[in-house]
Design a protein around this ligand. Sequence first.
Ligand code: PRT
Ligand code: MG
Length: 214
Amino acid sequence: MTDITIALSKGRIFEDTTPLLKSAGIIASDDPESSRKLILSTNRSNVRLIIVRATDVPTYVQYGAADLGVAGKDVLLEHGGAGLYQPLDLNIARCRLMVAVPDGFDYESAVRQGARLRVATKYVQTAREHFANKGVHVDLIKLYGSMELAPLVGLADAIVDLVSSGNTLKANHLKAVEEIVPISARLIINQAALKLKAQAIQPILDAFNETVKK
Ligand code: PRT
Ligand code: MG
């Protein structure tokens, strides 16, 4: 039987993918929240899960270290998608990639006046493209997390970050001023694996498809 490796990140992606895996008859043998294992076996002897950082999922799948993976659209936009087949929007881990500024900052008028903005973000590629399309001059500052802090301490005028409930922005006296793109997690498949392991992969893809449609 062909061996299949599926790359997931722990937290919301793992939690939201668990029911989809179940619909394909795949049940993890351990919970990544409590186990320190990075390779999890499943009830299916030919299927294993690997637990990697959310931003690393496309890389594992691109190089074929994993056949399948689940990654946020935000992560895929930054990665670029080389070597990946993206057949299915799983409609999970939904949020929006947005521009946010301090409560008192008049973003619209800054943009209108052609101000040069300092923008802190983990999403440098996507942000660069967004502001270039708008004709807004920006200096991008790459951060790896907690972007909400940057405007509060004078590191940046604005941030580009994911927003779901809006509570994190509110708690830090920030407001969303522009949506860049709606985000959800996608199934990704290594392009070569899809051809070479079609018999093993297609039933998983079909089950995911059915469950997502419901
Ligand atoms: O957390 P870690 O540094 O380990 O990695 P990660 O942040 O890359 O992974 P994880 O598991 O937090 O996120 C995985 C994926 O979930 C992301 O790539 C998104 O596609 C998706 N997702 C959905 C989110 C959110 N919703 C979300 N709200 N990822 C992050 N957030 C963060 C956001 O960055 C902000 O800090 O939650 C905060 C805002 O939430 P609200 O509800 O306060 O608006
Ligand atoms: Mg996170």
